[in-house]
Design a binder for this molecule. Structure first.
Ligand SMILES: Nc1nc2c(c(=O)[nH]1)N[C@H]1C(S)=C(S)[C@@H](COP(=O)(O)OP(=O)(O)OC[C@H]3O[C@@H](n4cnc5c(N)ncnc54)[C@H](O)[C@@H]3O)O[C@H]1N2
Ligand code: MOO
Length: 392
């Protein structure tokens, strides 16, 4: 068995370099920037009024001023700033050279062309040219574009950006016991749930996910499904990974030329995880138990799909304080389904009592996986532990 960290490093090494595509900005939110974006604008492009009011000279404060012009947003005033004058200005208007402050109109009194500043503000209310960003400023690649990034790119006058193509992920559930939601299971059958969850996690990580028809427990059926996944960048299988007589995934994958990076991980749940390359893509073989499949998808598949798009720093862990004491751990790194609540400095984390790896009802209530390293000793309430947030 290898450690989770070793396994994760091997999984990430399966990622091909991301491929790029050029997208219009309004299609790019949520995508991973692949090439630097270089601003074509300075923002603001001119000293700009932050308030509706009057542009004037600091040196003239205390004097009655003559209003000699007007500058609205989009309509600059082109005269020159003579001593003893002011111009009417509106938020976003260009402050003409020579004026060094804008007084908000609430602090002034206007009488025809004449202006008195009744109570000068402390702030000059001028946004200096370039105070936001300058021409040539860069947004570096490797980040997921947020709505704020999209606005920034737009303001930089970049109508399109190069983002990573969405990796194609094929998700394959296998087992004679499985039928689709909505079908009537016969004796001994259950509903296939994992493939839907794994596809949802893959999509949330930026992939285009296809759910393949359920494979039956036969080599022929598996070969057929593997063939359907030929064009995928990543094939994720679920189940059939363990040592039972009907656990055929590894056997078939190897016959098809899979170079296996590893098989067993010191992890709970998720011990029988496979990873390697098959054909032109990567393959991850997740264990069949629903919680095991979904935990492994979060711990391994999600960072892998991110790496395929050039997104770094995925899988970051956070800290919380234990809500109750915990017994010592065994040899495998344990990912416990847990609930977070507010704490004084850090959040408090409380693992559920029943950690069986088949319990979807528990997983659905969990908002974190609390991580306990192999052979972690007894822990007291209040001690700091690490967790991986779930489903964001
Ligand atoms: N003798 C041993 N038995 C088992 C071991 C072991 O080390 N020695 N490991 C156990 C562990 S840990 C796990 S995890 C499971 C993993 O087994 P498989 O990956 O081969 O998964 P299956 O046997 O196919 O299925 C396990 C369980 O999950 C259900 N399942 C499978 N696919 C789906 C799906 N798409 N949707 C919902 N439920 C699914 C399946 O019906 C089984 O109940 O092996 C242990 N055994
Ligand atoms: O490791 Mo299995 O994944 O316990 O359920």
């Amino acid at each position: 068995m290898i450690s989770v960290d070793e396994a994760l490093a091997l999984v990430l090494s399966l990622a091909d370099a991301p491929r790029g595509e050029v997208l219009a900005l309004d299609q790019a939110a949520g995508r991973i920037l692949l090439e630097p974006a270089v601003s074509r604008m300075t923002q603001p492009p001119f000293d700009s009024a932050a308030m509706d009011g009057y542009a004037l000279r600091h040196a003239d404060l205390g004097q009655r001023l003559r209003v000699v012009g007007e500058a609205a947003a989009g309509h600059p005033w082109t005269g020159s700033a003579e001593p003893g004058t002011a111009i009417r200005i509106f938020t976003g208007g260009a402050v003409p050279p020579g004026y060094d402050r804008v007084e908000m109109q609430e602090n002034t009194q206007r009488d025809g062309d004449w202006l008195t500043v009744t109570a000068p503000s402390r702030d000059a209310y001028i946004r200096k040219r370039g105070c936001d960003f300058g021409e040539g400023d860069r947004i570096e690649p490797g980040r997921r574009l947020s709505p704020a990034d999209i606005a920034l790119l737009a303001a930089m006058n970049l109508p399109q950006v190069t983002v990573a193509k969405r990796p194609k992920v094929a998700v394959l559930a296998g087992g004679d016991e499985l039928v689709r939601p909505g079908e009537t299971p016969s004796e001994g059958q259950i509903i296939s749930s994992n493939d839907l969850a794994v596809a949802a996690i893959a999509r949330a990580a930026g992939a285009e996910a296809e759910i393949l028809p359920i494979a039956r427990d036969s080599e022929d059926s598996l070969r057929d499904r593997f063939a359907r996944a030929r064009d995928a960048d990543l094939l994720v299988t679920i189940g059939g990974a363990s040592v039972g007589d009907h656990d055929l995934i590894g056997k078939v994958a190897e016959a098809l030329g899979m170079e296996r990076a590893f098989y067993k991980i010191a992890m709970r749940p998720g011990k029988p995880l496979m990873a390697g390359r098959i054909g032109r893509g990567a393959m991850l073989g997740l264990p069949g138990n629903p919680v095991s499949a979904i935990v492994c998808a979060n711990v391994f598949m999600r960072p892998l799909i991110h790496a395929m798009q050039g997104l770094t720093g995925s899988g970051r862990v956070f800290r919380a304080r234990l809500a109750a004491a915990m017994p010592p751990e065994g040899a495998r790194q344990h990912y416990l389904r847990a609930k977070l609540r507010d704490g004084e400095d850090l959040p408090l984390i409380a693992p559920f009592d029943n950690q069986d790896s088949s319990l979807l009802s528990v997983l659905a209530q969990a908002d974190a996986l609390m991580i306990r390293p192999p052979h972690d000793p007894t822990r007291n309430a209040g001690e700091i532990v690490e967790y991986l947030p779930l489903f964001y």
